[in-house]
Design a binder for this molecule. Structure first.
Ligand code: PEP
Length: 255
């Protein structure tokens, strides 16, 4: 495993005041570690307050949860990758299942978003994953291939190498139902096979691939010990500083 990356997706939780108090408390619970990368994705409106509360913690990276697929224009309510960069974000989520299924983000839009993110000099965290009926219908690989190839076919190999991936089975997000380590390992192996075909074997082996879906302090250890799992993208359990600090401090096999 590469250096584990633990990321917090707060979704539509925590305004600036709550984000700042999370930052202060999390910083007191989680000391900088050279063997971990931690990224927080607050709502965009809370980014400045969270950043200020973590001003002396350059080890904790901050990102936004989405950007528009166009660089600028008449898109009321949206924000661009360049704006996110100017506001101090370093990372952006792309293709989260809630964006795909609640807001209708298509594979093509997700691909354009990843291009805008890279053009702005930011790090994309590309989320992919199947719905329950797709898994049960034997379409896991086809879904992952469609979602990945839409993005990768639009990029140069060098750009593709800048992507961090999160495998997030839709049936495990916010449901309390976690993929078993074996399920995660199987999906991560499929994902790396598809990456190898499109970006080459070396890039596929070196890619950081996170698991996401009901990760919590009690299961992060076993998930980190699954083959090919390089960390976790955490929703609900990242809202509490103590719980997320425990997740960020866990090692493979911890229970
Ligand atoms: C997520 O939002 O990416 C996620 C995995 O949520 P949860 O941990 O709540 O399932």
């Amino acid at each position: 495993m590469t250096r584990p990356l633990l990321a917090a997706n707060w979704k539509m939780h925590k305004g600036p005041a709550e984000a700042a108090s999370f930052g202060a408390e999390f910083a007191s619970l989680y000391a900088p570690r050279a063997d971990r990368t931690v990224v927080l994705f607050p709502p965009a409106l809370s980014l400045a307050a969270l950043k200020a509360s973590l001003a002396d913690r350059a080890d904790i990276r901050i990102g936004v949860q989405d950007v528009h697929q166009e660089a600028e224009g008449a898109h009321t309510g949206s924000l661009s990758a360049a704006m996110a960069a100017q506001a101090g974000a370093g990372w952006v989520l792309a293709g989260h299942s809630e964006r795909r299924h609640e807001f209708g983000d298509t594979d093509e839009q997700v691909a354009k978003k990843v291009s805008r993110i890279l053009e702005a000099g930011l790090r994309p965290m590309l989320c992919v994953g199947e719905k329950l009926e797709e898994r049960e219908g034997g379409r896991l690989e086809a879904v992952l291939r469609r979602q990945l190839e839409a993005v990768l076919n639009a990029l140069t190999p060098a750009d593709a190498g800048a992507i961090t991936y999160a495998y997030e089975p839709v049936w495990a997000i916010g449901t309390g139902r976690t993929a078993s380590p074996a399920d995660a390992a199987e999906a991560h192996a499929i994902l790396r096979t598809i990456l190898a075909e499109t970006t080459g074997a070396v890039a596929a082996a070196q890619a950081t691939v996170l698991y996401g879906g009901s990760v919590k302090p009690s299961n992060i250890g076993e998930l980190l010990s699954a083959d090919g799992v390089d960390g976790g993208l955490v929703g609900g359990a990242s809202l509490d500083p103590e719980s997320f600090a425990a997740i960020c401090s866990a090692g493979p096999g911890d229970t």
